[in-house]
Design a protein around this ligand. Structure first.
Ligand code: ZN
Length: 233
């Protein structure tokens, strides 16, 4: 905790001047255009990875970057928190893109893979990790996603795709996707190489977002803008 207090004082002394205008502009509201769903893992730092400023990302984090699916009426079947964040982002913020970002060496995926999610001291954690169980079944069936990676990392990539499927169970999400006003993206952070990968449906695997892939993504985003007025961004 000392690190936090010292860091706060350091920010006030040295970092804040560069951000003062940004925070003043944001004082009365936020207009992020991206909902970023990722793991609570301390090694995943969204704003650092994508060079974003305060106000740019609406971030939802939890153990294993899970999203509980909804029933036919749009009610979450497991937990309100994630569903509430999705509803808030889609109804009250100008969100056009949702990123689900998993990562390597994820403790939640290791626990799922080891089959030791049941601990009487942590009943909620066990229930929560059940949201990744379908990805575990996909892993057992095999496939191209995550080929060559350790099993826990393959599971983590499959879990990203599984949670994207869970997102699609929400009528609100399906309506926006059908209307072309929302895009879903699967990302995965390789901690050792500090590299972010994106899922390419056409290649059925995650590929590094390097200069070439980044340019391809920018061109595709420009061609498939969900809001013509925002293409300049
Ligand atoms: Zn994790």
């Amino acid at each position: 905790m000392k690190k936090l207090v010292k860091g706060l004082l350091d920010f006030q002394r040295h970092g804040l001047p560069a951000y003062r205008a940004t925070f003043a502009r944001l004082a009365n509201g936020q207009t992020p255009d991206c909902l970023f769903i990722t793991c609570a893992d301390s090694r995943v730092v969204p704003n650092l990875l994508v060079s974003t400023d305060p106000g740019d990302l609406f971030v939802m984090r939890n153990v294993g970057n899970m999203v509980s699916p909804s029933d036919a009426t749009g009610q979450s079947v497991a937990d309100w928190s994630e569903a509430a964040a999705v509803e808030f982002a889609l109804l009250h913020l100008p969100v056009e893109d949702v990123v689900v970002c998993g990562h390597s060496s994820c403790g939640a995926m290791k626990a799922l893979l080891a089959g030791n999610v049941r601990d009487e001291r942590a009943p909620n954690l066990g229930n929560w990790l059940d949201l990744g169980r379908a990805a575990l079944q996909t892993l057992e069936r095999g496939g191209p996603v995550g080929e060559g990676l350790p099993p826990a990392d393959r599971l983590s990539q499959l879990n990203v795709l599984q949670q994207m499927e869970h997102l699609r169970t929400y009528p609100l999400v399906r309506e926006r996707l059908a209307a072309g006003t929302l895009r879903l993206h699967g990302w995965w952070f390789d901690i050792r190489h500090a590299q972010v990968l994106v899922y390419r449906p056409d290649r059925e695997r995650f590929v590094p977002i390097d200069e070439v892939e980044g340019e391809r993504m920018l061109a595709e985003l420009g061609a498939n803008s969900v809001n013509p007025s925002s293409t300049a961004a």
